[in-house]
Design a protein around this ligand. Structure first.
Ligand SMILES: C[S@@+](CC[C@H](N)C(=O)[O-])C[C@H]1O[C@@H](n2cnc3c(N)ncnc32)[C@H](O)[C@@H]1O
Length: 231
């Protein structure tokens, strides 16, 4: 079954950060990431595609930072000294979460900004850039602009997104079974419809020599994209 990419607003993006339904939905998101095995997928991709332990990672659309904390717990023994920058238009990384990174020996900073404003301003090399359940928020043309901006600032970009497939749509409709709230149930279906398949992200990456791209469905619900600058 194939269906075209379709974007609709996600409720979590429109609710104030301190709205109880939004707060509950962010907790649901942790469980959804768990069910999708996003932490394991992201950690494995980062370890297998990075040629050396990085000093710097930037996470786009980092949310409350707990996804990356779970990833950092898997990586810290290999990558002991990392400065991690969260970029999100909501400032919702708690002191507890920052503290969790500190205990692993990682430094953190939060940048509260729209991603396009951030990229327009930030000219430095970002180290590794990651995104989890983030790219699907954008239509193809803004996404092309975003990926073009990233290609100028990183040598490794790893994204784990919703797979746009019938089985993922079915999974998103079953979230009531694990007690997810109305916001999470709505946004999950919308996210799958806005997700990716095939080589859709590779087609939006700038056509420049010197990059190796890998893009594929992983496990039942995830679509992964890796862009690595050839050394
Ligand atoms: C589905 S959540 C994923 C959060 C986190 N990556 C995770 O897996 O838990 C998407 C995040 O992207 C952020 N976001 C959406 N559009 C954005 C934009 N244009 N600029 C910056 N952040 C944005 C939202 O605020 C939200 O925190």
């Amino acid at each position: 079954m194939t269906f075209l990419r379709r974007l609709e607003p996600e409720w979590l993006d429109e609710l104030p950060a301190d709205d109880p339904r939004a707060m509950r939905s962010r907790r649901d998101l942790k469980r959804i990431n768990g069910w999708m095995l996003q932490t394991a997928i992201m950690s494995r991709l980062l370890l297998s595609h990075s040629t050396q332990a990085p000093k710097q990672i930037v996470e786009l659309g980092a949310g409350d930072g707990t996804f990356m904390l779970a990833v950092a717990r898997r990586l810290a023994k290999h990558w002991p000294d990392v400065t991690l920058t969260f970029v999100d238009r909501q400032n919702i990384v708690s002191p507890n979460t920052h503290d969790g990174f500190r205990k692993l020996g990682w430094q953190t900073e939060s940048v509260t900004a729209d991603i396009f404003a951030y990229l327009a301003k930030e000219r430095d090399n970002a180290g590794i850039v990651t995104a989890n359940l983030f790219l699907h928020h954008f239509e193809d043309e803004p996404l092309r602009e975003l990926l073009t901006g990233l290609a100028k600032r990183t040598s490794l970009f790893v994204a784990c997104e919703p797979l746009r497939a019938a089985r993922a749509l079915w999974g998103s409709r079953m979230l009531f079974v694990i007690g997810c709230n109305d916001v999470s149930r709505h946004d999950a279906v919308v996210s799958v419809r806005a997700g990716f398949r095939g080589h859709e992200l590779s087609a939006l990456w700038p056509k420049e020599p010197g990059w190796s791209l890998q893009e594929r469905a992983t496990l039942p619900f995830t679509h992964c994209f890796v862009a690595r600058r050839d050394v």
